[in-house]
Design a protein around this ligand. Structure first.
Ligand code: NAP
Length: 340
């Protein structure tokens, strides 16, 4: 086992006072909890500091659950070796990754796709896995979540499943956020027609991902649909809450599907449209699924987006940027001090 320092730098969230702070004297994690990773970068998820009621955090908890970095300790039976560059999403019930050394289970990890930098890699896992599961597992865009029924890159490098959702219309609410931008790309990979809600500031960005843009600052979804059933969507993916989430109901076809990832999902007054299946869910961290997504990244068919990169000591500014609700893609905190 490698010589880990006894103490390390970490960002700490106090669950009693709701305050974030910085320490240079946090305990280094135990290798018994999975691979110890030397963290290169981590990313913030909007709203993550409000998750305490759903998980069993100690009073002093390390936030942030996305990670990229280098494997420092082996785990018996794990495919990952010391020195491997990996990325993944740590279960939010464990200690997070805004620290120099963190733990990642073999089941949560995947090798960083070739050609992807470690800062960029940290922006992927949470958003990509949530979007993948929303589109294919919960949204059933291709009819089934069986391995052969979703888009994939084969071992020979061929793309399969590119027409599985041809003719389907998908709407992504919050198209420029981390989850939304991934959801657009995944639905497009399966051949669906995709539209997304974003402000004019993100028009070019969202169009560049292959989606029609509905500017939510000027047009509600009720206005966009204008009573025409043909302008509604088979699958609506909710990545924003509040009134925008409620407006989403105006755009789901009868017998369509509305999947939401933001907390507070609810039906409209008067009930949902006929036959609509709807669900709010929490993503599951699966390294094998992340590896499959990584193959699309290697082929240049899927990309993440880093809104901004902050030094660890600037954690407050980084969290404040995410909390605006207007970050494009992910806000990253670079933990590694050296230039890698
Ligand atoms: N259930 C789960 O497993 C799970 C997993 C991950 C994340 N989440 C949740 O999913 C939500 C989205 O997270 P995220 O990381 O993708 O993004 P985010 O940081 O919450 O989203 C920021 C984006 O939302 C856009 N936006 C803000 N208000 C909007 C509106 N009214 N209509 C359309 N777009 C709007 C902004 O674009 P403009 O600047 O153009 O307004 C910005 O690009 C969060 O609530 C997060 O907690 C849930």
């Amino acid at each position: 086992m490698s010589n880990l320092p006894q103490q390390q730098k970490a960002v700490i969230f106090n669950t009693t006072t709701d305050a974030l702070s910085f320490t240079s004297a946090a305990q280094t994690p135990s290798p018994h909890d999975g691979h110890v990773i030397k963290v290169h970068s981590t990313a913030i998820t909007n709203g993550e500091l409000t998750w305490a009621p759903f998980v069993d955090w100690p009073t002093l908890h390390v936030p942030c659950y996305d990670v990229s970095g280098t494997v420092v300790t082996e785990v018996a039976g794990s495919p990952f070796k010391v020195g491997d560059a990996v990325f993944g999403r740590v279960h939010a019930g464990r200690e997070g990754t805004a620290r120099e050394y963190a733990t990642l289970l073999p089941s949560e990890a995947a090798l960083v796709p070739e050609g992807l930098g470690l800062e960029d890699a940290s922006a992927i896992p949470m958003s990509a896995l949530t979007a993948w599961q929303a589109v294919f597992e919960k949204g059933l865009l291709t009819g089934s979540y069986a391995p052969a029924s979703v888009p994939r890159v084969t071992d020979a490098g061929e793309i399969q499943g590119a027409e599985l959702a041809k003719g389907k219309r998908v709407l992504v609410l919050g198209a420029a956020g981390g989850v939304g931008m991934m959801a657009i790309q995944f639905a497009r990979l399966a051949g669906a027609y995709v539209a997304g809600t974003a402000s004019g500031r993100n028009d070019e960005f969202v169009r560049g991902l292959g989606a029609e843009v509905i500017d939510y600052t000027t047009t509600s979804l009720k206005e966009y649909v204008g009573g025409e059933e043909g302008k509604k969507f088979d699958l609506v993916l909710g990545c924003v809450g509040g009134n925008a989430m409620l407006d989403g109901w105006n755009a789901v076809k009868d017998n369509g599907t509305y999947i939401c990832v933001t907390p507070g999902f609810r039906e409209p007054d008067g009930g949902k449209p006929a036959g609509v299946r709807s669900e709010w869910f929490v993503m599951d961290s699966r390294g094998s699924e992340l590896a499959a997504i990584g193959r699309f990244i290697e082929k240049g068919l899927v990309k993440g987006w880093v809104d901004s990169v902050w030094k660890m000591e600037d954690f407050e500014k980084a969290f404040a940027k995410t909390a605006t609700g207007h970050a494009r893609g992910k806000v990253v905190i670079k933990i590694a001090q050296d230039e890698e």
